[in-house]
Unconditional design. Structure first.
Length: 124
């Protein structure tokens, strides 16, 4: 899938996030990269560049203080090639993008991986 088509699917997924959540994400930048860099993989203890689909980098809203300003820009990274591989086919890419994006947005709001997994299990 061409990068511009992938980017359009990410933009569509962002538009589907409820407005009340979008308003609390105004300072969060969504970046698309082909793969995570080696330093990111090392910091997470991952061996393969295919193992990471997305990453939230920042201070979750639940951990912020009124007096403390986050020293880093808030970012969500979506890794295009691992997402495409996980999707298996072009027909599934939009769904995988949405799932990864929602997962990383959940981290922005302070949910742990375990909590996000439990929430996704309850949707089924």
């Amino acid at each position: 899938m061409r990068p511009e088509i992938f980017e359009a699917k990410v933009a569509e997924a962002m538009e589907r996030i409820p407005v009340e959540f979008q308003e609390k994400m105004e300072n969060v930048e969504v970046l698309i990269e082909d793969f995570p860099d080696p330093e990111t993989l090392d910091s997470l203890g991952l061996r393969s560049k295919w193992d990471l689909l997305g990453l939230y980098v920042g201070v979750p809203l639940s951990d912020r203080s009124f007096f403390a300003v986050s020293p880093l820009p808030e970012r969500i990274f979506l890794y295009r090639r691992p997402i495409m591989r996980a999707a298996g086919s072009a027909a599934n890419i939009a769904e995988v993008i949405r799932d990864v994006l929602i997962h990383e947005v959940g981290h922005h709001f302070g949910f742990s991986d375990e909590q996000l997994y439990q929430m996704s299990e309850n949707e089924d």
